[in-house]
Design a protein around this ligand. Structure first.
Ligand SMILES: [Zn+2]
Length: 359
């Protein structure tokens, strides 16, 4: 059996961005607990992340930015001290821990296996600027470590926001395919459909801009007609999935209309590709009950474990306090189930990207 590893630590949730910040680290505890209570960690190795070293961070970030972050002082030129990226005591270690977690996941599956770093997925952290709740980019640093070992990486980002810093880092290379699915017109504003890479990287970046209220069926169409054929064609050694859960219909920061069902379908389709090495990270997600449900569903689907229909009592007690009233893991499907329901704007983008990236 392939190695299965989850990277998690109480240090991931014993942290506070402040009362009014949407990022609530408690969601990681909720996800971890739900996975455990549903048996998704049975036979799975659970390991602590480590704090990435200065040199590891320098493989992407600039030293002047790292020094400013380490000082933990207000430095607006580096994006530090904004409402999105407050300077919270301990932020350097906290951010470096997520990078170490992803590096551990990457190294553990170099020769096969599945690893999920629940604290990772910080796709907006730039070379020398904090942005979008992200300070250090574990995704870019993790992928760079894979490239150093000669691996070809397909990066799939299902977060509702565009992975701007990841796209920038690999825009001109054909060794990484960067695919992002995100809501159009919201932060960070990049990731237009015609951004497809440049130089050797042309045709190795693809962006789908989902319209407001895009539903499961739109995403299913995109996966069947674009994402899966692209992965098959690229034939990666490693699939790197950023599993942001903020596309869910109840997320307070976005306006997509995805239900838990599509996340199961995505995981099932990826599993069917029979890839030997898969790295998963967390990402966005601001309705914490749904983050826990979605990450559990994705992990179960990827490693081929069955899920109970009902959520465990331990989880229900918390989810009721969070305003979630359903006892089940599945939402009511949010789409009609007929293929004509896929929006034209989605079909057009899929056709365009098939021409530019697949033919
Ligand atoms: Zn997001």
């Amino acid at each position: 059996m392939a190695k299965e590893l989850v990277i998690c630590s109480e240090k991931y949730w014993n942290f506070d961005f402040g009362r009014f910040h949407p990022m609530r680290p408690f969601r990681v505890k909720l996800a971890y607990q739900l996975m455990k209570d549903m048996g998704l960690l049975d036979g799975v190795v659970v390991e602590e992340p480590y704090e990435a070293s200065w040199d590891e961070l320098k493989s992407f970030h600039r030293e002047d930015y790292l020094l400013a972050l380490k000082e933990e002082v207000f430095r607006p030129e580096f994006g530090l001290g904004t409402s999105d990226n407050p300077v919270v005591p301990g932020i350097y270690s906290y951010a470096a821990l997520a990078v170490g977690g992803t590096l551990k996941a990457v190294r553990e599956v170099l020769n096969g296996g599945f690893a999920f770093n629940l604290g990772g997925g910080m796709h907006h952290a730039h070379e020398r600027r904090a942005s979008g709740f992200c300070y250090l980019n574990d995704v870019v640093i993790g992928i760079k470590a894979l490239l150093e070992k000669g691996r070809r990486v397909f990066y799939l980002d299902i977060d509702a926001h565009h992975c701007d810093a990841v796209q920038d880092a690999f825009y001109d290379t054909d060794e990484v395919f960067v695919f992002s699915l995100h809501q159009e017109g919201i932060f960070p504003g990049t990731g237009r459909t015609d951004e497809i890479g440049e130089g050797r990287g042309e045709g190795f970046t693809a962006n789908i801009n989902l319209p407001k209220y895009a539903e499961d069926e739109d995403v299913l169409y995109i996966f069947e007609n674009l994402v899966i054929p692209l992965i098959e064609r690229f034939s990666p050694n490693v699939l790197f999935l950023q599993a942001g859960a903020d596309g869910h219909k109840d997320d307070p920061l976005t306006s997509l209309y995805l239900t838990t069902g599509i996340y199961a379908k995505i995981a099932e389709m990826l599993r069917a590709l029979d890839l030997s090495s898969v790295v998963v990270t967390g990402g966005g997600g601001y309705d914490i009950v749904n983050v826990a449900r979605i990450w559990s569903i994705i992990w179960a689907g990827l490693i081929g474990k069955d899920l109970p229909d009902m959520l465990p009592d331990s989880f229900l007690r918390i989810s009721i306090m969070e305003g979630y009233d359903g006892p089940g893991i599945w939402d009511i499907p949010g789409w009609s189930g007929v293929s004509g329901h896929v929006k034209d704007i989605v079909r057009e983008q899929v056709e365009y990207l098939r021409r530019r990236c697949l033919e």
